[in-house]
Design a protein around this ligand. Structure first.
Ligand SMILES: Nc1ncnc2c1ncn2[C@@H]1O[C@H](COP(=O)(O)OP(=O)(O)OP(=O)(O)O)[C@@H](O)[C@H]1O
Ligand SMILES: [Mg+2]
Length: 296
């Protein structure tokens, strides 16, 4: 079932084209990663999905309803966590969590207290005195304690320490296990890599790549570390070999995935003593996009 569908969404701020024909579809139960450099258009896309901004053209639906016209209705089924959480300064953290939860109709005190505990949050202080990470926890607790069907997370962990980041990842996994859907925009690529079923990469307002990590990986390179009995003088004559580095008898290099067979044949002729290969990281893929085409 389709939870979110964007069909050729464009957004113009005056003369500036912030989004150009952005399309994506989220199926129920998947975690969808949304990555791209600063200013690429992630938050703008998310604001359009949340009905906070109106698209210049294109169509966007949540649960089959128009995100702009039916905003009030679809919001009841969404939980939103922004990177920069601004809350009512005079309420305590606990009170803010309650307001956020009650706005969405249901209020499950047990679930609320459970998440306060897990994120090690002190709900008794005035909101104005919380640090960035603690303000982020307020929105995360309200999201995880809700029974939303779609979780829209826009850099939700930029202020969390590694321990809390881990709790966050568990929370997202549990949301998925309950059949819910997640849109996760993040600069922490290891987090996206760990959690997401599919990923979209946006650059200068355009989606430049979209698909599962597996699909994207075979467009790219593997890291190889090899030790052989005889020297590998001819290696660099093979196609698809990059960044060869020698460390005594050990060679490190990168290889286009489609060159695996001929290269492995050559390596084995030279007597393999030790071989390690590791798949490219999302980070390598991301960097390659920007090295090739330049950032904004
Ligand atoms: N209200 C606005 N008026 C004019 N320009 C805007 C407005 N909102 C966003 N922009 C511009 O649109 C572009 C996309 O911004 P957006 O906030 O969506 O980027 P982002 O991908 O979320 O970046 P970051 O990773 O830094 O959060 C930027 O160039 C930004 O300056
Ligand atoms: Mg943003």
């Amino acid at each position: 079932m389709t939870v979110l569908q964007l069909d050729r969404i464009s957004k113009q701020f005056g003369q500036f084209q912030a989004l150009n024909q952005v399309s994506m579809e989220l199926k129920q139960g998947e975690i969808y990663g949304f990555i791209g450099p600063n200013g690429a258009g992630k938050s703008t896309t998310i604001r359009i999905i949340l009905g906070m901004l109106q698209a210049t053209s294109g169509s966007a639906t949540l649960f089959g309803k128009d995100v702009w016209r039916d905003a009030a209705e679809v919001h009841k089924r969404c939980a939103y966590v922004p990177g920069d959480v601004n809350v009512w300064p005079n309420l305590t953290g606990g009170e803010v969590i309650d307001v956020l939860l009650k706005m969405n109709g249901i209020y499950d005190k047990k679930k609320r207290d459970h998440w306060i505990e897990r994120l090690q949050f002190d709900p008794s202080k005035k909101s104005r005195s919380y640090s960035k990470g603690n303000r982020q926890k307020i929105a995360l607790i309200a999201a995880f304690a809700s029974n939303a069907d779609l979780f829209i997370l826009d850099e939700p962990t930029s202020g969390l320490d590694p321990l809390m980041e881990h709790v966050f990842q568990q929370g997202v996994q549990e949301v998925k296990d309950n059949g819910k859907t997640v849109l996760l925009s993040s600069h922490i690529l290891s987090e996206v890599e760990k959690l997401c079923d599919r990923v979209a990469i946006i650059r200068q307002g355009e989606i430049i790549e979209q698909g599962s990590l597996k699909d994207m990986r075979h467009l790219t390179r593997m890291h190889i570390m090899v030790e052989t009995r005889y020297p590998l003088h001819e290696l660099e004559q093979y196609k698809g070999i990059y960044d060869v580095e020698e460390q005594g008898n050990i060679l490190h290099f990168q290889m286009d995935a489609e060159q695996t067979e001929p290269v492995m044949q050559y390596l084995s002729q030279q007597g393999i003593i030790r071989l390690e290969s590791s798949p490219p990281k999302l980070e390598d893929l991301f960097m390659r996009h920007y090295e090739q085409k330049g950032g904004r």
